[in-house]
Ligand binder design. Structure first.
Ligand code: ZN
Length: 138
């Protein structure tokens, strides 16, 4: 198998102990329940995902590539957790909702999802979100 194909099939990259500690620390971090801290964490996760994406794309080193792929996934999981908790605790809070929308709508659009809720689109000629029913507007 070529490197790329091999990589696509390898599910969890092997990383050394020092990097494993970093990954585990992020993974075990408990999302705070205070609004300002959740907002900060969402902003931090978003920038960490982008940094890891850049490293993943630009590095030629296979280890670095594996590591940043893993970091990307872990930060994305934590971001999802933080948004879930924030949505539950601060559903009607303007400040939280505004930060959440600014960050998540960009991420959703890059994945081709509904920018409002992250739902999948259905329909051929006129695409509509299968979760919230809004039309695709981008
Ligand atoms: Zn939607």
């Amino acid at each position: 198998m070529t490197g790329l194909v091999n990589k696509a099939f390898r599910r969890s990259p092997v990383i050394d102990d020092a990097d494993k500690k970093i990954v585990n620390t992020i993974n075990n971090y408990v999302i705070p329940g205070v609004k300002s801290e959740i907002i900060e964490f969402i902003i931090l996760s978003d920038s960490r995902i982008s940094a890891a994406e850049k490293m993943y794309v630009y590095t030629d080193d296979e280890y670095e590539s594996d590591l940043h792929e893993k970091l990307m996934r872990i930060w994305a999981t934590k971001l999802k957790e933080a948004v879930k908790k924030g949505d539950f605790l601060f559903a009607n809070d303007r400040e939280y909702q505004s930060v959440r929308f600014n960050i998540m709508s960009k991420r959703y659009m890059r994945e081709g999802l509904c920018r409002y809720c992250g739902g999948d689109f259905k329909g051929v000629l006129r695409k509509v979100c299968s979760e919230c029913g809004r039309p695709k507007d981008y």
